[in-house]
Design a binder for this molecule. Sequence first.
Ligand SMILES: [Zn+2]
Length: 212
Amino acid sequence: MTTHGNNYIINILGASLLDRHPRTSGPAQTSDRTAPASALRSIRISSSGVFVIPFTADAVRVSAHYCDDPDVRDWVLCWGSPECALCAISHKAEQRLLLPVLDCEQGEVAVLAMSSSMRPKALAPQVFQAIAEANKRGPQIISITKPDQTSFSVSSWPIPPGVDDGRTAIDKFVQDRDQGLVKLDQIYLTLPNETLRALPQVARKLTLRGLA
Ligand SMILES: [Zn+2]
């Protein structure tokens, strides 16, 4: 029995490094009742913004690299120094906060990945402020927009009557998480160090540093 993390690696490598969304290109999904826990998606904050419903302030902190190798161009979990091939080439790992939220558009739980920055215009402090607000005033919808490349704008209001609060989807997520069927860091690639070392840009830098 492999761990869930290993299954995820197999899925990613089996499809293609560039095919990050098996949900849209894979076989049709069966109903939620019979389907095993499906892979978590990450929330993409487009220019038109996104609506989410927070239900916990428990974010998971992970260390990850944004790998810009053409075969990856995505976040990759850091193996920790000194083993990590990306750390070995002085590629800076970033601290990321992963928070599960209900994606109002999809009606399912997805992961809001945030920089750990607590600058006023950064995402995390604004989201946690909105969660504190929800704790005081009851369930809220949070709107997140990105007015420019460096800042986020967050606003929140009570869930209007008649709008699904996502309770069923949230309960299923909590159940799956408690059983270890889903993990928030699934949204990032977990690539074996050998795979990282073989990426052309990484391999070249390892060679130049005499670490190949
Ligand atoms: Zn690393």
